[in-house]
Design a protein. Structure first.
Length: 844
C-alpha cells in the first residue's frame, strides 16, 4: 500500500485537504468501526471491501448531517429567495471524495484508513457512480449544484431518481454493446427517502366545467412521487444544500377496481407499470425521441417539483401566520425556477394550473407570477433535439394542460398581432401550437412563459437570437441573455488532479479554489524553469497513472512518453469524431509512406457513448476500433502511433483521463456545438486545444489568445455561405490526394477485410449527403493545424509554456462565475462567501 499523501511532507497538500489532527483521525476510526458494526452489521473477519466503502461513506455522511439540517434551518430563518434548478438529468459521478474535500476531512480519513490497513483510493473505486445524465447537459447541472452551494445560495436541484442511469458501454469486437446500469443494486448511502413528502401526480382523464364556472380535471389516474434527498456540500463553508430526486410509486388506489373484484395478486402486480415512469433515463444526447413515456417523465418531475415548491412557499416564514389566505403576490420574490432546456418546460403550465385551479388566482395574475418566476436555458440549436409533442398524445395525457397552453398561445398571439398587425406569416411561425404539423412547440412555450432566456456560450446565444428564436427576440429583446457554461474547479482540478492543484497552490495560494480567476497569477511563472519542469513532471505522472489504470482495467497498453491526443464526448455526427478518424488514417498512411521520417509519438484516445438507436454513430465506433486494430497490427508503425477507443466514458473515467490530456480535440462544425464543456476541463488541466470556432472554443481562444490554441476550419459565417452556395463533397475529395486515399481505403475494406463493405454507408454519406456536417470541407485545415501541433510539441519547453498560459486563462470557465451571472442577471439573489457557523456553534 502506498503511504498516504500527508507523509510526503507536502505542507500545501495538507492545507488544501484539511489538517489531519490526531483527534480527528481517532474519531474517524471510531465512527468507522461503529458503522461497520451497527449499520453494516459485520465484523472485520467477514466484511467485504464494499462493506468498508459503505462504512467510510456513512462516516463521512455523519459529518454532513448537522450541516445539512442547519443549512435548512438557516434558509428557513433568513427566508431568502430560493433557487430551484429543474433538470431531467444530473450526471453527479461519485460523491465520497467530493464530500471529503468540501468538508476538509480528506487527510484525516486517509490517515485513519491507512492506520487500519485500508486504502482510500481503492475504496473510492467501489462507489457506483450516479450517472443520471447523458453528457454535457447533465454534468452541467451537477457542476451548477456544486457552485450554488459554494456560493451560499439557497438552492435546490429537482430531478428524477431513475433506477437505471446511462447504460454501461462495452466494446465487443469493436461494436458498442449496451448493458443496464443498476446503480442502486447496493443501497446508496447518500440518499434519504422522505415518504412524508410524497406528492400525487395525475395523468389522463378529462376536464369538465364545474358549477362555479371553473375547470375541473376529473377521472385522472394518480401516481405518487416519492422524494429522495441527497446532500450537496459547498466548498469549505458549512453549507449543505439538497438535490431532491423523485421516484414513481404506484398509488394504492390505482387498481381499486381490481382489488375490489378480488383479483388481489394481479392488482399488486400491475402496480409496477406506473412505477416504470422513473425506471430508466432516455439515453439520447441532443436528440428528441418523442415517446409518451418521456412525456410522462417530464410531467412527473415538473408536477412533483412545482407542488413541492408551492408547499415550501406556504410553509415559509412570511406565510406562517395562522389561517390567513396565502398571498402569492410575492411568490416570484421568493422562488426562481430555472429550466434546464425544454425538458421541464411543462413547469410553465403546471404552475399556471396550480395557481388558477387550486389556489384560485385569476388568469392574468397567474401568468404574471409564472413569467416572473421561470427562466429558460436553451442548450442546442439542432432541429432534431427540439421538443415538439404531438397534439393528440399531449391532449390525452394532460387534458387540462392542453387547455391552458391554448389560452397562453391565444394571449401570446394576440400580442404578436398587435405588434405586427399585417404579418400573417409571422403569426404562423410563432404559434406554440402548430395546427398544421399538429405539434406543441416546447421551446416557444418556454420562451413565452419565462422572463429570461439564455444560451450557453456567447456564439450560441447570438445564434439563438438570429436563427431559431429570431421572431421571439424581435418581440422581447430584453428577455435574451448569454450565460457561458462553466465547470466546477473542485471536481475538475482539486479532486481529479491533486498534484497539479498542489503545484498551483505552492505558487499562488489556495484562493483559486473558489475564485478561479486568480489562476492568471500563474502567468508570472511562465518563464520559471523549475515551474515548467514541475508542470511537465505532473503531466507525465498523470499520464503514467492513466496508462497503468488502462492496463489494469482494460488491458490497454499506451505509452506515457507519447502525446495524448484526446477526443472524449458523446458520439455524434456533429461532433465529427469521423473527421478525427480520417486524420488518424492519414497519419497512418504518412508513416507508411515515409517510415524513416522522424515523427512524434502519438496516442490518439477516443471515448464516448452512442445512443443505442443511433446506427451511424455506432458504425463510427466500429470504424475507429477497426482503424485502431489495423494500426496496432502493422509492424511498420511501431510505437509512433497508437489509437484506442476507451470503453464506458463517463464522469469517473473523465476524472482519470482529463489530467493526462496533452491535446484536446474540439472539432465540431461551427454553429453546431452549443458550448462544450470537456474543452474547459482539458484547458484547466493544462491541455492545449485544437478546435473550430464553435461554442465556447471561441471564448477559450479569446481568453488564452490565438497563439496559444490551434484553431482551424470554417467559421459560422463561412458555413452559412457554403450551405447557401451548395456544399459539394467531391470538390474536396478530388482535390486532396490524402483525403481521397483515406476514404478509398475505408471504401475498399482496408480496415474491414473480413467484410469489405462494412463501412459503405459512411463512405456514401461522406461523399453524397454530408451538407449537415461538412467533414471534408475542414479536413485540409485540420491536417495543417495538426502539423502546427507537431511542430510545437517537439519543443517541450515551448509546449509547456503554452500549457501554463492555458491554465492561467481558464478562470472564466469556472461554474462559480457562471452561477454568479445567473444569480445577478436572472434570479436576483446574492451569493456570499460567508461561512455558516460550524455545527458545534449552536443553532444559526
Ligand atoms: C446539450 C442536449 C440534450 N444540448 C436532449 N442539448 C436530450 C438534448 O435527452 N434528451 O432529449 C439530452 C441532452 N445536450 C449539450 O449541453 C450541448 O450539446 C453542449 O454543447 C453543451 O455544452 C451542454 C451543456 O450546456
Amino acid at each position: 500500500k502506498h503511504a498516504p499523501a500527508l507523509k510526503e511532507n507536502n505542507y500545501k497538500q495538507i492545507s488544501i485537504r484539511g489538517i489531519p489532527l490526531l483527534e480527528n483521525v481517532e474519531e474517524v476510526k471510531k465512527v468507522f468501526n461503529r458503522h461497520l458494526h451497527f449499520t453494516i452489521v459485520k465484523d472485520r473477519d467477514v466484511a467485504t471491501d464494499h462493506d468498508y466503502y459503505e462504512s467510510i461513506a456513512y462516516t463521512v455522511r455523519d459529518h454532513l448531517v448537522s450541516r445539512w439540517i442547519r443549512t435548512n434551518q438557516y434558509h428557513f430563518e433568513t427566508d431568502q429567495k430560493r433557487v430551484y434548478y429543474l433538470s431531467l438529468e444530473y450526471h453527479m459521478g461519485r460523491a465520497l471524495s467530493n464530500c471529503m474535500i468540501n468538508l476538509g476531512i480528506e487527510n484525516s480519513v486517509d490517515e485513519a484508513l491507512y492506520e487500519m490497513g485500508l486504502n482510500i483510493e481503492e475504496l473510492e473505486e467501489l462507489e457506483s457512480e450516479a450517472a443520471l445524465g447523458n453528457g454535457g447537459l447533465g454534468r452541467l447541472a451537477a457542476c451548477y449544484l456544486d457552485s450554488m452551494a459554494t456560493l451560499g445560495l439557497s438552492a435546490y436541484g429537482y430531478g428524477l431518481r431513475y433506477d437505471y442511469g446511462i447504460f454501461a458501454q462495452k466494446i465487443e469486437d469493436g461494436y458498442q454493446k449496451e448493458y443496464p446500469e443498476n446503480w442502486l443494486r447496493y443501497a446508496c448511502p447518500w440518499e434519504i427517502s422522505r415518504p412524508e413528502f410524497l406528492v400525487p401526480v395525475q395523468y389522463y382523464g378529462k376536464v369538465i366545467d364545474d358549477k362555479d364556472g371553473k375547470k375541473k380535471w376529473v377521472e385522472y389516474i394518480t401516481v405518487h412521487a416519492m422524494p429522495y434527498d441527497s446532500p450537496i456540500p459547498g466548498y469549505n463553508n458549512n453549507v449543505v444544500n439538497t438535490l431532491r430526486l423523485w421516484s414513481a410509486k404506484a398509488s394504492e388506489k390505482f387498481n381499486f377496481a381490481l382489488f375490489n373484484s378480488g383479483d388481489y395478486i394481479r392488482a399488486v402486480a400491475e402496480q409496477s407499470s406506473s412505477e416504470d415512469i422513473t425506471r430508466v433515463l432516455y439515453p439520447n444526447d441532443d436528440f428528441d425521441e418523442g415517446k409518451i413515456l418521456r412525456l410522462k417523465q417530464e410531467y412527473f418531475l415538473v408536477s412533483a417539483s412545482v407542488q413541492d415548491i408551492i408547499a415550501r412557499y406556504k410553509r415559509s416564514k412570511i406565510n406562517l401566520k395562522a389561517d390567513q389566505q396565502v398571498d402569492f403576490t410575492n411568490f416570484p420574490d421568493k422562488a426562481a425556477i430555472q429550466l434546464n432546456d425544454t425538458h421541464p418546460a411543462l413547469s410553465v403550465v403546471e404552475l399556471m394550473r396550480l395557481l388558477i385551479d387550486v389556489e384560485n388566482l385569476g388568469w392574468d395574475q397567474a401568468f404574471d407570477i409564472t413569467k416572473r418566476t421561470i427562466a429558460f436555458t436553451n442548450h442546442t440549436l439542432l432541429p432534431e433535439a427540439l421538443e415538439k409533442w404531438p397534439i393528440d398524445m399531449f391532449q390525452k395525457l394532460l387534458p387540462r394542460h392542453f387547455q391552458l397552453i391554448t389560452d397562453i398561445n391565444a394571449h401570446h398571439l394576440d400580442i404578436v398581432q398587435k405588434k405586427w398587425p399585417e404579418d400573417k406569416e409571422r403569426m404562423k411561425r410563432m404559434t406554440i401550437i402548430d395546427d398544421e404539423a399538429k405539434k406543441v412547440n416546447m421551446g416557444y412555450l418556454s420562451v413565452v412563459g419565462s422572463h429570461a432566456v439564455n444560451g450557453v456560450a456567447q456564439m450560441h446565444s447570438d445564434l439563438l437570437k438570429s436563427t431559431i428564436m429570431k421572431d421571439f427576440y424581435e418581440l422581447n429583446p430584453e428577455k435574451f441573455q448569454n450565460k457561458t457554461n462553466g465547470i466546477t474547479p473542485r471536481r475538475w482540478l482539486l479532486i481529479c488532479n491533486p498534484d497539479l492543484a498542489d503545484l498551483i497552490t505552492t505558487k499562488i495560494g489556495e484562493g483559486w479554489i473558489t475564485d478561479l480567476a486568480q489562476l492568471k497569477q500563474l502567468r508570472d511563472y511562465v518563464d520559471d524553469e523549475q515551474f515548467i519542469r514541475d508542470i511537465q513532471r505532473v503531466k507525465f505522472e498523470n499520464k503514467e497513472r492513466l496508462s497503468k489504470f488502462l492496463k489494469k482495467n482494460f488491458n490497454v497498453n499506451i505509452n506515457p512518453n507519447s502525446m495524448f491526443d484526446v477526443q472524449v464526448k458523446r458520439l455524434h455526427e456533429y461532433k465529427r469524431q469521423l473527421l478525427n478518424c480520417l486524420r488518424v488514417i492519414t497519419v497512418y498512411n504518412r508513416i507508411k509512406a515515409n517510415p524513416d521520417k522522424d515523427v512524434i509519438q502519438r496516442t490518439i484516445i477516443f471515448g464516448g457513448k452512442a445512443a443505442p438507436g443511433y446506427k451511424t454513430a455506432k458504425l463510427i465506433i466500429k470504424l475507429i476500433c477497426n482503424v485502431a486494430r489495423t494500426v496496432s497490427e502493422d509492424p511498420v508503425i511501431g510505437d509512433r502511433l497508437r489509437v484506442v477507443f476507451l470503453e464506458n466514458y463517463g464522469v469517473s473515467l473523465a476524472e482519470k483521463i482529463i489530467p493526462a490530456v496533452d491535446l484536446s480535440e474540439q472539432i465540431s462544425l461551427a454553429g453546431l456545438e452549443a458550448s462544450g464543456t470537456s474543452n474547459m476541463k482539458m484547458m484547466l488541466n493544462g491541455g492545449l486545444t485544437i478546435g473550430t470556432m464553435d461554442g465556447a472554443n471561441v471564448e477559450i481562444c479569446e481568453e488564452v489568445g490565438k497563439d496559444n490554441i490551434f484553431t482551424f476550419g470554417l467559421t459560422y459565417k463561412e458555413v452559412d455561405e457554403l450551405r447557401e452556395k451548395g456544399y459539394n463533397a467531391k470538390d474536396y475529395y478530388e482535390h486532396n490526394a490524402e483525403l481521397k486515399q483515406a476514404i478509398e481505403q475505408i471504401r475498399d475494406g482496408v480496415f474491414s477485410p473480413e467484410d469489405p463493405n462494412l463501412f459503405s454507408d459512411i463512405v456514401k454519406s461522406l461523399l453524397e449527403s454530408d451538407e449537415k456536417f461538412m467533414l471534408l470541407a475542414d479536413y485540409e485545415e485540420y491536417m495543417k493545424a495538426h502539423e502546427r501541433v507537431e511542430q510545437l510539441y517537439k519543443d517541450g519547453t515551448e509546449w509547456t509554456k503554452k500549457c501554463i498560459l492555458n491554465i492561467a486563462a481558464a478562470g472564466k470557465f469556472s461554474s462559480d462565475r457562471a452561477i454568479r451571472e445567473y444569480a445577478k442577471d436572472i434570479w436576483n439573489v446574492t451569493p456570499t462567501d460567508k461561512k455558516l457557523p460550524s455545527p458545534d456553534a449552536g443553532r444559526p
